[in-house]
Ligand binder design. Sequence first.
Ligand code: ADP
Length: 486
Amino acid sequence: MLNLKDSALLKSQCYIDGTWWDANSRFDVRNPANGQLLAEVADADPALTERAALAAQKAQKNWAAKPAAERSAILRRWYELLVSHQQDLACLMTAEQGKPLAESRAEVTYGASFVEWFAEEAKRMYGDTIPAPSADKRILVLKQPVGVVAAITPWNFPNAMITRKAAPALAAGCSIVVRPAELTPLSALALAELAERAGIPPGVFNVVTGTNAKAMGEVLTQHPAVDKFSFTGSTAVGKQLIAQCAGTVKRVSMELGGNAPFIVFDDADLDAAVKGAIASKYRNAGQTCVCANRFLIQEGIYDEFAERLVAAAKGLKVGHGLQEGVQIGPMIHAQAATRVEQLVQDALAQGAKRLTGGPLQDLGDNFYAPTVLTGVSNGMAIAEQEIFGPVAPLISFKDEAQALALANDTEMGLAAYCYSRDIGRIYRMGERLQFGMVGLNEGIISNVTAPFGGIKASGNGREGSKYGLDEYTEIKYLCLGGIDNA
Ligand code: ADP
C-alpha cells in the first residue's frame, strides 16, 4: 500500500522505554487525499502516558552522565539514518499529512538538519568563569540539562517539529516524551524506530500516540517527573497548557500561531515579491504558522501585484501529494477546507473580490485551490484570524507609516515579510516590525542556523541555531569560597 523500501518503518505501537507498547484500544490513521486507512495506531491513555514520563525520568541521569562526545556520536548516527531513509519517511509523511512528496522530502532533510546541528552543539555546551567580587572567591557557571522534557507537536510538520525539540533536548542530556498530533503519528513512530537503531538508549526518546489530547496533555504538563514542557500548536491551546504547567512551575517553550504580514512597497522587485509570496503563502497548502496571512500592498503596484499573483497561483498544480508535479496537496481534513471557505465568504460579504481559487470539490472535500482576494481590510476576520489555508487576502496601503501600523496591529508576533529596494526602508522595517522573525526581500526564512520563534501571543523560546540548546539547559553557578591567596 505504502510501498516502503524498509517496511519496518511503519509502526503502530507507542515507543516507551525502548519497547513497542500496545494500548487498550487503537485509532485509525487515514490519508487526507483519499481517506484510505493507513494504520490502526495504539491509543494511549493517561496511565501509558505516565509510564512514558517515568521511563524518561529513569533514563535521564545515565544519558546526561555520558560524555558529550558520546551523545553527539549517537545523535550523528540518528541523523545519518534519517537521511538514508529520506524517501520512506517522505512517503509516510505525504500519506498521513497530504503535502506533496517534494515538500515531504524537503521536510525530512530539514528535520534531519536539527539532529546534525545539535549533534555538533552537544560538544559545545560551554560554561563560564566570572571574575569574583573578592580575592578569596571563584565563580563558575555550569550548563546542565533541564531533565525530563515533554513535547506536544502538531500535524503540519510531522517530522521536523519533533526533531527541532528532541535533538537539542538529547544533545543537552535531557530525555524526552513526544506526543505527536493524532492525525500524523506515523512519522513520529518512524523517528522512534530510527532512534532505536541509532543506539539511543531505552527511555531517552519516547513516543506516545493517542486521540485524547486533553488527558495526555494533563499528564505531560502536570506530572512532577516532567521538568520542561515544549509545545508547537495554536495560541488557544498553548495558553491552556502554560496554565497547566504553573502548578509544578515547569520551564515552557511555546511556538504558537502567527498572523504574518507580507508587505510589498512600490519600489519592490515585483518578480521577487511574487515568487516569495507564492513560496510563503501556498507551501503546505497554506498550513504553516509562518505562512503570509495578510498581503499589504502599496497603492501604486496593487493591481499589478494582484494580476501577477493570480497568474502564478493559477499555475500551481493541485492534487494527490504522491502524483508527479503536484504542488498543492489536500488540506488536513474537510473541516479545515470548510473553515477557510467560511472566512472567504465572510470577506466577500464585506466587499472583497475573489480573483481566483475556492473549493475544488471534484478532487474531494479536502481540496482547496490557491486563492487570491482583493479589497480586503485589516478588520475582516480573514485578516485577523490565522487562515491556515491557501488564501491570499490583499490589503492596500498608502505609505510606510500606514504599512507598519497595519502590520503590527495584531496580537501575534511570529513572522513578517517585507519587500523594497530601498535599503533604509528595509532596515527601518526590520527594526520596527514587532515579530520574532522578519524576511526582508525573502519569503522562506526557516533554517537550522537561525533562531525560530515568536513574541507576543506567538509564544516564547527559540528553536534551532546556537540559541536552541538554551531551552534545554539550566544555568547553575558555583561560588567557591575560602581560597587561600597566600
Ligand atoms: P492545530 O490547529 O494545529 O491542530 P492545536 O493547538 O489544536 O493546533 O493542536 C496542536 C497539538 O496540540 C496537536 O498535537 C493536538 O492534538 C494537541 N492538543 C490539542 N488540544 C489539546 C489540549 N487541550 N491539551 C493538550 N494537547 C492538545
